[in-house]
Design a protein around this ligand. Structure first.
Ligand SMILES: Cc1cc2nc3c(=O)[nH]c(=O)nc-3n(C[C@H](O)[C@H](O)[C@H](O)COP(=O)(O)OP(=O)(O)OC[C@H]3O[C@@H](n4cnc5c(N)ncnc54)[C@H](O)[C@@H]3O)c2cc1C
Length: 361
């Protein structure tokens, strides 16, 4: 006889792991993961920061609500973020600061002397900046492991090397076929499959939303001068780079966003060259070595807000996808929101309405 669960969650990245942990002990939960180990795709490739302005005002409520929970777990370390503007972009930087101040984010406007204090050997041409003192580094692996451990403690089953291969609708929910030959019955199927979210919807016969994966590249550089440990996360108001210190090295991204198939993403030479060229226009620091390179997929819905809720066409199919570039920093609040919807529990820190799948119907 097939095993039966109340809820099967597809994907054990940050989304599936955090939701499994939020549901553990309150229903019979199975999380299935196609890979050998959880966290192999986007979750294992992030730049590991928590910044209230990242992802835009529509994402900020989830990020801000997650802050206290992440702090309580001890996975945040102070960093600060500095968004730089070139000469002529002073109004853009001021608008950026005003937009986030209006929704309660602390942002300080800086002139050239102010930004030089934070970024040594800054090249000419950069005239202003917006400093967000609240930005932190996140211990991503620690957070992911915390959720997996909490799931284990509360009776959540996790099966790796078990991809969802088929899903047939039955009166009591779903009969699922897995790639390892097992069959499982469940009441609700949760789609937390990251870049594969539309593919999972198709398997279940649910209309896809149009979630598109985009490749993003990061390189780890050793530079000639010591990287100040208190260097903020430095971003460009025009979104052409960001960099931050990491254990005496620098993590640098060209802020690329190349549409991709859902796949095991890898860094391309051209994106690495672009990253280094852009970096050399920001600071006068000699690059000694390129130590690591990687890329991952950031998957967005058409309006770039995540999608959390039951599919309008099928009350046994739940979307938990489209976490874009903010799926780590929003994980606690997003998992709480989704668990409340799944268990029909009122309350919660964030209004679920803006993230409802019904906006795409
Ligand atoms: C370079 C980079 C930098 C980033 N920086 C940050 C940052 O600083 N802060 C931040 O908050 N976010 C950041 N992000 C975004 C963040 O990493 C993602 O939003 C988050 O990891 C998404 O988690 P996920 O669980 O949805 O996806 P994933 O981690 O990709 O997990 C989805 C899982 O589903 C599994 N799966 C797919 N299909 C099936 C199937 N049919 N059956 C079973 N399993 C399946 C996959 O194997 C995968 O493990 C960054 C992303 C990238 C790429």
């Amino acid at each position: 006889m097939e095993q039966r669960y109340d809820i099967v969650v597809v994907g054990a990245g940050m989304a599936g792991a955090s939701l499994g942990a939020a549901l553990g002990g309150r229903a019979r939960i199975l999380v299935i993961e196609a890979e050998d180990r959880p966290g192999y795709h986007s979750t294992g490739r992030s730049a590991a920061f928590w910044t209230e302005s990242y992802g835009g005002p529509g994402v900020q409520p989830l990020t801000t609500a997650s802050g206290p929970m992440l702090r309580e777990l001890g996975v945040l370390a102070p960093r600060a973020a500095l968004t730089l503007g070139r000469e002529g972009q002073e109004a853009d930087v001021a608008d950026f600061a005003a937009r986030y101040r209006d929704i309660g984010v602390e942002v300080e406007l800086l002139d050239r002397a102010g930004i030089e204090r934070h970024v040594p050997r800054l090249r000419p041409g950069w005239s202003c900046g917006a400093l967000e003192p609240s930005c932190c580094d996140i211990d991503v692996a620690g957070l992911h492991q915390h959720y997996l451990a909490q799931g284990r403690r509360t009776g959540v089953d996790l099966w790796c090397r078990a991809a969802l291969a088929g899903a047939q609708r039955i009166p009591a929910g779903w009969m699922l076929a897995l790639s390892d030959g097992r069959r499982v019955e469940c009441g609700i199927l949760v789609n937390a499959a990251g870049a594969w979210a539309d593919a999972v919807a198709r398997i279940a016969g649910v209309r896809p939303i149009g979630i598109t994966p985009y490749r993003r590249t990061v390189v780890q550089l050793a530079v000639s001068a010591a990287v100040p440990a208190d260097l903020p996360l430095v971003l460009d108001i025009s979104e052409s780079f960001y960099f931050k210190p990491e254990s005496g090295r620098l993590w640098l991204s060209p802020h690329d966003e190349t549409p991709s198939a859902a796949c095991d993403a890898a860094a391309e030479e051209i994106d690495i060259a672009i990253a280094i060229d852009r970096f050399e226009h920001v600071v006068d620091w000699r690059i000694e070595r390129l130590e690591h390179r990687w890329a991952g997929l950031r998957s967005f819905t058409p309006d770039r807000l995540p999608v959390y809720g039951f599919a309008p066409q099928d009350a046994a199919f739940f979307w938990f996808a489209g976490q874009g570039g903010f799926g780590i920093q929003t994980a606690p609040a997003a998992a709480d929101l989704a668990a409340r919807l799944l268990l029909a529990e009122p309350g919660g820190a964030v209004d679920p309405q803006p993230y409802s799948p019904s906006r795409f119907s």
